[in-house]
Design a protein around this ligand. Sequence first.
Ligand code: PLP
Length: 430
Amino acid sequence: MHLDIERPGGGGEAQLDLGFLRGMFPALDGPPGGDWAFFDNAGGTHMARPVLNRTIHYLSTHRVQPHGPNPLAGPAGDEMDRGRATLAALLDIDQANLTIGPSTTQNLNTLAQSLDGLVAPGDEVVVSRQEHEANIGCWERLCRRRGAILRFWEVDSGTGELEPGGLERLLGDRTRVVAVTHSSNIVGTVHDLGSVSATVHGAGVVLVADGVSYAPHRWPDVAATGADVYCFSLYKTFGPHLGAMVVSEELLERVEPQCHYFNAPRSGTRLDAAGPQHCAIASLVGLGDFFDALYEHHFGPAVDPDTTPAQRAGAVGSLLQAHETAVAAPLAEFLVAAADRGLRLLGRPTMTDREANFSFLVSGRSSASLVAELGRRGLAAKNGHFYARRLLEAVGIDDVDDGVVRLSLAAYNTPREVALLIAALDSILR
Ligand SMILES: Cc1ncc(COP(=O)(O)O)c(C=O)c1O
């Protein structure tokens, strides 16, 4: 459960101190390569200084195999244990339900393999057409292995939005798994997973949610989604290059363990197919430090016994999201108005239920050339299909490799950067 973003003590709604936030990102100090405004945050955010500090500390102190009786291994293992515990606390979950792998793609692959026993020949798996390939390919392979059928929850071919009622029409007594994104990395619309989960669970089906695109914009309240599995990537939430996967106790009991057989009785390791990078796990303590530093600066002491780490992360997440949404609003307005100059924006036209992640095409111009022109003006963006290739095909994009131009913000983007971006687009489209 997330906290309200009111200041404790009734001091009105907190405003983000952007200078304080930016001061936590060494990469924003101005790298030797020049003064860039960064708009490819959906590809991966900069790493927060506390995470970086913990990484450096671990690597310079404990580069040994952790967890052992010798005096070097013990402290190394302790730091890793603290990293796992920190992430579990930030998500308000039991550590037994947390799998940390090298990436979300890897975690979903491992998960799908573990669910072979749940899917019989003729059964069905539903995926949305908005998914990143990480949440399609693993299910397609599962269906192939098991002789099952993969069905798509389709999108509107104009906007890329999921078809209303499309899921209900697909659910049947052979459906076993539904895989759906919390928000697409292209379209940006935030889905009401609570209502999706009510629908899916009403049909007795397992819900797997991809939070990779959502989590960078709003620290997730995993319990509120109701999903059986919730995945996201920590390198897109100011942290290390790892994927986090939360799996319900009930589902963990049903999976085929993917770890070494002698580790299987410990539910927390059932889906640990391999040991991820040690320093990255240890650096997760820094993610807790990051949220706590922001909480203390804006709301009050992080040691307050009345708040949990998850509540503090939730309050900070709301603060960051409110700032980001306000900063992005003029860009949304500009992109919508540029329809008369041949710009086609996917997704919804306002910031309501939308994250600050915009994908568009311009008729007669390649997306690569637009990104190159932005680059010449010190504005870092990217074009392509961003591994949501099937979505781009479904909305009628002929050259999916050139794909869309994607502009994705993070909370550290400034109003001035967005104004520069709008001015650049205005001149490029003229
Ligand atoms: C929506 C979405 N899902 C899944 C992934 C895959 O995440 P990872 O790179 O951790 O495998 C991405 C990566 O960009 C993504 O945007």
